[in-house]
Ligand binder design. Sequence first.
Ligand SMILES: [Zn+2]
Length: 383
Amino acid sequence: MPQSHKRILEQLRQLVGTSSISSTDPRWDQGNRAVIDLLAGWLADMGFAVEIQTVTPRGDKANLIATLGSGSGGLVLAGHTDTVPFDEGRWRSDPLALTERDNRLYGLGSADMKGFFPLAMAAASAFSATSLKQPLILLATADEESSMQGARQLAAAGRPKGRAAIIGEPTSLVPVRMHKGIMMEAVRVTGRAGHSSNPELGNNALEGMHAVIGDLLAYRQQLAARYSNDFFKVAFPTLNLGCIHGGDSPNRICGQAELHFDLRMTPGGDNATVRAEIAQRMKILAGQHDLDIELRSLVSDIGPFEQGAQSELVLLAEKLTGHRAEAVAFATEAPFLQQLGMETIVMGPGSIDRAHQPDEYLELDQIQPCISLLQQCIRHYCL
Ligand SMILES: [Zn+2]
């Protein structure tokens, strides 16, 4: 085994061994600071200027911006440092102990996506600050798996600024230039409870909700007609009715009901327009039924993402990999990096099918191709 591979395995062993789960459930949620500090130490040793941007007041969650070389432009290699929670009983080996078997590296985050960092550092090790005409920036973020707060904060701060960004999420090294957005919304219908024997004693929120659901399904049809996109396997925006709660008893007029749904918008549309249209429709229904109807977001939304087919980065990645750029069914930090003015794609080692699963692994045979691919991208943008 070459020396560089030994270093990769040792670094990944430490990254996987440093638990950094992020979750909207506080029972699971941890900081990522220890992972950031590990990366910062290694990158500083390599000659990178490292900057840690805290994401929480306590500083237990943070982003890392590590820069080799100086000047404007350059290439950003980006990844998130957090993982999803795990179900230990369903793993064959300790999820926090990197385990090599069957030409695979098993461990939590091995594919999604702690594995990307040692490979990006191995790629970078072929370059020195003085050899670069434009900077190479390694970006490591917090809370991608929960709130995307790390990426949101970077976008708000206007950093980092490169010419192009590659997010190393597991795509089996296939370039990805599109994904849908995600919004999670709640509709609360409030009427008036009363004895069921006489409808005039109240105003039934469940009957109002029936109208709300009918209207949302009609709107879903309109969205499909307006925003279909054959690039996706599911070629239209989806709106899923996820859960509903309301009422308490069969002999009481239901006073309040709440519906939660998610909406995954295709590129070409935008979340703010969709939300405004739904709000307008709810307002009309509220008037018709004399109900109070409130629309609110359950989480901060993620926009749909598209990088143009003819952009420099997409064409470069297609040429280097021999793959046409694809669309994927998961959301990433790409919209936030793109917002900073960078051409952005998603392309990294390992398979998304292995992510968020027991026995997550990174195939050993992804390592060298990934390093070579990243080095060619660095040469293109930084030399
Ligand atoms: Zn990921």
